[in-house]
Design a protein around this ligand. Structure first.
Ligand SMILES: C[S@@+](CC[C@H](N)C(=O)[O-])C[C@H]1O[C@@H](n2cnc3c(N)ncnc32)[C@H](O)[C@@H]1O
Length: 231
């Protein structure tokens, strides 16, 4: 059984280094994360006044564009205190931050957020625990739920090619370019676990589909941005 905080081991070697993993494949990690903001800002007329929760705020890449336009009600949660501290250092009190598990957000009330965003987080929640997470999303009942995440493609050949490309990129960046042998091995273990615990669109549709209209709005390698709009 995977640990509750699967991201903890690799969190020290995330940020800039992980962006390099994208760059070496010809991708841009910030562009993936920004697809969340771009999509939401196209459909939500009052973004600045909306109450927005970022699940797995990490070091703030997903929420940054919302901070930049001056959104007034930004809340971020994360399981990992170091990631929260890093976001606080970058953004001060423009985001209210809480250490919290996405599978238990009982501190928040139904309807408290018009918009819930999440970047590269849901796939880190162990599959059996994710059932609780989807229930929490249904309970919180946002108008929009959007996630840019590692989401397994139904085309197995495409998935395999994208997976191999990212594994090679991890080896190149962590192993060769930065000589971080231990970090490289931790990431490779993390990816093996991701495969076993894979998140796919069926899981999202099965859990949210009755109440939400689900669509894919952006794709980059192993990652997709999925939006769920309340029916
Ligand atoms: C890959 S980072 C992404 C951070 C940020 N959203 C971004 O895109 O840069 C994933 C984050 O999810 C957090 N996380 C993982 N499982 C979580 C859970 N069950 N509840 C809350 N946060 C979680 C990790 O601590 C980590 O900060």
């Amino acid at each position: 059984m995977p640990p509750k905080d699967r991201f903890k081991k690799i969190s020290n070697n995330y940020g800039e280094l992980f962006s390099e993993v994208f760059a070496v494949q010809g991708f841009n990690y910030e562009e993936l994360e920004k697809s969340i903001f771009d999509t939401v800002s196209r459909i939500e007329p009052d973004l600045i006044g909306s109450s927005i929760l970022d699940i797995g705020v990490g070091d703030g890449i997903s929420i940054k564009p919302f901070v930049c336009i001056g959104c007034k009600k930004l809340i971020g949660i994360d399981l990992n205190q170091e990631m929260i501290d890093s976001t606080r250092t970058k953004f001060g009190d423009s985001i209210s931050l809480f250490k919290m598990n996405a599978t238990d957000m009982t501190r928040f009330k139904e309807g408290e957020f018009e918009i819930i965003i999440s970047g590269a987080t849901v796939h880190n929640i162990p599959k059996t625990e994710r059932v609780k997470f989807w229930k929490e999303i249904l309970r919180l009942k946002p108008k929009i739920f959007i996630t840019a995440d590692k989401i397994k493609d139904s085309d197995t050949t495409k998935h395999h090619l994208d997976y191999q490309s990212e594994i090679e990129a991890i080896k190149k960046i962590y192993g060769e370019r930065h000589s971080l042998k231990e970090a490289k091995e931790e990431w490779l273990d993390h990816y093996k676990c991701d495969e076993k615990e894979a998140l796919d669109i069926n899981e999202i549709s099965n859990n949210l589909g009755e109440k939400y209209k689900i669509s894919t709005v952006f794709e980059m390698g192993l990652y997709k941005t999925i939006i769920a709009l309340r029916k």
